[in-house]
Design a binder for this molecule. Structure first.
Ligand code: GCW
Length: 718
């Protein structure tokens, strides 16, 4: 780890250019600012008025971070002072902790508990920078806001920003098993070492909490949604409490995934029926025990009656009855139940993507106010591209939050460079069109559309024991971007990319431009080589890494790529129009019309909604077959372009990270070519058409691709 030398106030060896870094510091590197800018900032931040921290670990964390950041970037420690006595003072405080702030009479109420204000004020005739908030957590976020402004070159004598999170619960969901294995984890083992807890708490937990706080994440579900009841046992709760104690100063609450059958497995009951008195009582007593240990416990995340998990339907009860039972147990303590909408029945439906909507919308208005329905961004399962989940906007009387997948289960794991914020933005900006224009997914998620009392954005974490946390440098950007978008779903993915690059890799303007450009194009490139034109779930069984468009023998029909591509010698695509599965009718009338009409459906969702003949003519002037092959080929070419661009910046990024990205891009190129060639060969074997002249033939015959296996692919539950 790069040790910060508090006495000398510097990171001596790393202030030089191109010294190798291992990525541990994420975007909180605080390297020395360039001379003219550094001097200007120095003049503004000579001294610091900071409230006494006694009793507030949050204030202590904020002060330490501020000093670490300022010392690192400006090379000097600001003078600690009790009053503004000259130019260039930074004052930090709440009206309770700092009389100056109440004396200034700044309106702060609208900032709530977590918002902050940073701006300049005149104090005794001196130009002073202020970070003000109502509560200590707001100050901590404000400190990170100021440091971000310094890191990205935005801080100056007129700097002014007011920031209030738009979403109440901004959560990471770890799919970490208690033994340290991570489902769909590509960055090593779990960072939570339950074996050593509660006696030993890895100092890494503090850095983890800092990283989350720096982007405004305020809660973490520490165990897998495919849950073990053991997580709710007294012996385990003590371990969770030890973590919660470390996280609390950083505004980070812990949540647990709860297994619905826990009353039977660890409670010695014979049923988990949510209407049975003894079961309800069991959950209440459990909640009481949890809150005695963890007074700010966030609540339960529940995956019920999905992919073999137990749930209320095992007792002929509904999702509402199950969720409300848990909610009643948590309600006296202020906890929430996050109930996942990712439910699909044991009977394979004509079209799996219709099931959650059909099953859940009738319950709108019946969930308790401390239940939040956690809805995956798309109706299927974190595919490279999907339309929005039709549940958004369809349940106006229910708290509906979004679930994104930060870990790249279906997007090339850690070795493919895919910046997800552009896709998340595409989802958030989509207008559900159910409640007039502008009823976007973002407004459902931030709660403003229906004035929901609880709003939520969750991201399935991509964090593990890997030294660089996420397995690759660019996957750190997805953690960062998730936090920034959860705080404000309206943020621009390009601005987020630039922030991240400046904070993590380089501040050199041309390089920032070039790297952000690579990031912003990367998602579309990956979609092209994996699943162009709205195809979905073409990945091999279990591992979900390499291509398997021919697979038709999985445990369930709706786990088969052939179920989704519906390809044969005549055509390809899933007919979800009114004449097909009717899934399109689950959207608003306007969206449904847009998607149904071949003239208006976006080409990137064409085969999601339509089954078309290979010779179908597209607006591009190409047949469907030609377009498909060209998109696959474009995907591969896109990776080659990324490689070319990345190679030009070897002198601005340190050698270690530069090397890893370069090597991973080569893996991505190999995989992209494989995806293209395997899919093209398979579809060509069905339609027997020739390839467009400008595209190369697959390198091998179809049988070669069919024989490929991925027995060691990480994250795959066996
Ligand atoms: O995409 C699927 C994954 C499962 C996961 C499930 C879910 C945690 O392949 O590994 O289980 O989604 O979201 O519950």
């Amino acid at each position: 780890m790069l040790e910060f030398d508090a006495d000398n106030c510097s990171f001596p060896e790393t202030n030089q250019k191109n010294v190798s870094e291992d990525g541990y510091e994420l975007w909180m590197r605080y390297r020395a600012l360039e001379p003219p800018y550094c001097a200007a900032c120095n003049r503004l931040l000579r001294s610091l008025v900071f409230p006494g921290c006694s009793g507030s670990k949050t204030l202590a964390a904020a002060r330490d971070e501020l000093l670490r950041g300022i010392c690192g970037m400006l090379g000097v420690t600001p003078l600690l002072s009790t009053a503004v006595t000259g130019e260039g003072t930074l004052c930090v405080g709440t009206s309770n902790t700092m009389p100056l702030i109440s004396a200034l009479g700044l309106p702060l109420d609208h900032l709530g508990k977590e918002g902050y204000f940073i701006g300049t004020v005149d104090v005794n005739g001196f130009h002073t920078t202020l970070i003000a908030a109502n509560e200590d957590t707001g100050l901590l976020y404000g400190v990170f806001g100021l440091l971000r402004a310094l890191q990205t070159g935005l801080f100056n004598s007129d700097f002014c920003v007011e920031s209030v999170p738009k979403v109440m619960f901004r959560l990471l969901n770890h799919w970490d098993n208690l033994d340290g294995w991570v489902e769909r984890g590509y960055a090593g083992r779990s960072i939570f070492n339950w074996w050593e807890l509660p006696e030993y708490v890895d100092p890494r937990m503090i850095d983890y909490a800092r990283a989350n706080a720096s982007v405004g994440i305020n809660g973490v579900v520490v165990n897998n949604v495919n849950a073990s009841s053991e997580a709710l046992t007294d012996g385990f709760l003590v371990k969770v409490a030890a973590l919660a104690d470390q996280f609390r100063p950083f505004g980070l609450r812990v949540y647990l995934s709860a297994k619905f059958s826990a009353p039977i497995e660890i409670g010695e009951l014979t049923t988990a029926d949510p209407l049975a008195v003894e079961v309800r009582d069991w959950w209440k007593k459990l909640a009481n025990r949890i809150y005695l240990l963890i007074p700010d416990f966030g609540g339960f995340l529940v995956k019920a009656n999905s992919e073999g998990q137990p749930g209320p339907k095992d007792y002929n009860r509904t999702h509402v009855e199950g969720a409300n039972m848990c909610a009643d147990a948590l309600e006296p303590w202020g906890g929430v139940v996050i109930w996942r909408s990712f439910v699909y029945s044991n009977d394979v439906a004509r079209d799996r993507v219709t099931q959650a909507y059909t099953e859940l919308t009738p319950f709108d208005g019946q969930f308790r106010s401390n239940v939040v329905l956690q809805v995956k961004n798309g109706p299927l399962d974190f595919q490279p591209r999907e339309p929005i989940n039709p549940l958004f906007g369809a349940m106006p009387n229910t708290n509906v939050g979004i679930e994104f997948q930060i870990t790249k289960e279906y997007l090339g794991f850690q070795t493919h460079l895919v910046y997800l914020a552009s896709f998340w933005h595409e989802v958030l900006k989509t207008d559900t069109d159910r409640w007039g224009r502008g009823s976007t997914v973002a407004r459902v998620v931030d709660g403003s559309l229906f004035r929901s009392c609880r709003s939520m954005a969750a991201g399935v974490a991509n964090i593990g024991s890997s030294r660089n946390w996420c397995g690759s440098t660019f996957d750190q950007a997805n953690w960062f971007a998730f936090g920034r978008l959860a705080w404000n779903p309206d943020l621009d993915p390009e601005a987020i990319a630039r922030e991240w690059v400046s904070m993590t890799l380089t501040r050199q303007p041309e390089a920032v431009e070039l790297i952000s450009d690579i990031m912003l194009r990367s998602h579309e490139i990956a979609v092209n080589y994996m699943a162009p034109l709205g195809l979905a779930h073409q990945m091999g069984t279990g591992h979900h890494h390499g291509p398997g468009p021919w697979i038709d023998n999985s445990g369930r029909t709706d786990w088969n790529p052939t179920y989704y591509n519906c390809a044969d010698h005549i055509g390809i695509g899933f007919d979800r129009t009114a004449q097909g599965s009717g899934a399109v009718l689950q959207y608003s009338q306007k969206l449904s019309q847009t998607y149904s009409d071949l003239n208006t459906v976006p080409s990137n969702l064409l085969l999601w909604f339509h089954h078309l003949p290979w010779g179908f003519m597209l607006a591009s002037g190409r047949t469907l077959w030609q377009e498909l092959v060209i998109r696959y080929t474009d995907g591969v070419d896109g990776v080659e372009r990324m490689i070319g661009k990345w190679a030009t910046i070897s002198d601005v990024v340190d050698a270690s990270r530069f090397y890893q990205v370069s090597a991973y891009l080569q893996i991505q190129l190999k995989d992209a070519s494989l995806w293209r060639d395997a899919c093209v060969s398979y579809f060509q074997s069905l339609n027997e058409l020739t390839l467009p002249s400008e595209t190369p033939p697959p390198q091998h015959g179809l049988e070669y691709y069919k024989r490929l296996k991925y027995p060691h692919a990480p994250g795959n539950p066996h």
